[in-house]
Ligand binder design. Structure first.
Ligand SMILES: Cc1cc2nc3c(=O)[nH]c(=O)nc-3n(C[C@H](O)[C@H](O)[C@H](O)COP(=O)(O)O)c2cc1C
Length: 194
């Protein structure tokens, strides 16, 4: 199966550090790998309504929800490109993840079976110098991948505050060169052995 990367951009500003870092990493992908980039600010998802236990969700056929659902189902590799906001993913990104809960219950979608075995990656910019403050974001993505039986390639972190700052983080740029080439093992919850 040809690999197809979906980059889901979750910053609240265009051309931010997270996107710049993700584009550096994406430059290294072989030309036969398809890339799709969707900016959640340009394609805002509606507020998530929790209908899981009331009625079945209906598969969306138009708008941002249909665009993101179809793109997500088509991706072999899903890249969450989110700045670190309050030590976790941005609200735009979190809403996208919340919609997964609806898609898990949407008849005819088979979201869990489709996502199983596919790979989740993260790319994040943060202002803090110490990368461990991003552990909550890393945990959110790891556990979400484990819940869906996905592989997890890790999170590429870069430092910066104002747009463009990340291009001065030479260590992050070096990590970007090989980020998507690294092994992506099956995601495990922290309580699982191995
Ligand atoms: C709402 C908000 C919350 C933020 N929270 C954090 C934080 O918890 N830790 C941190 O290191 N930086 C934080 N920052 C700084 C951003 O992570 C930083 O500016 C980053 O470069 C933004 O990425 P972007 O350019 O892709 O939007 C925050 C910025 C905003 C606007």
């Amino acid at each position: 199966m040809t690999r197809r990367f979906l980059f889901v951009l979750g910053s609240a500003r265009p051309d931010g550090n997270s996107e710049l870092l993700a584009r550096r990493a994406a430059e290294q992908l072989p030309p036969d790998v398809e890339q799709q980039w969707i900016d959640l600010t340009a394609h805002p998802l509606p507020e998530f309504e929790d209908l899981r236990h009331d009625s079945d969700h209906v598969r969306p056929t138009e708008g941002a929800t249909a665009l993101l659902l179809d793109a997500t189902l088509a991706a072999t590799d899903l890249v969450i490109v989110s700045p670190l906001y309050w030590y976790s993913v941005s609200a735009q990104t979190k809403r996208y993840l919340d919609h997964w809960s609806g898609w898990l219950r949407t008849p005819g979608v088979d979201f869990k079976a489709t996502m199983e075995g596919r790979t989740l990656w993260g790319v994040t910019a943060l202002a803090h110098e110490e990368p461990e403050v991003a552990d909550p974001l890393v945990g959110t993505l790891t556990n979400s991948a484990a819940y869906l039986g996905m592989r997890f390639g890790g999170v590429l972190l870069g430092n910066g505050s104002k747009p463009g700052d990340v291009l001065k983080d030479t260590q992050a740029l070096a990590r970007a060169k090989t980020f998507f080439a690294q092994d992506a093992p099956r995601a495990r919850f922290p309580y699982e052995a191995g």
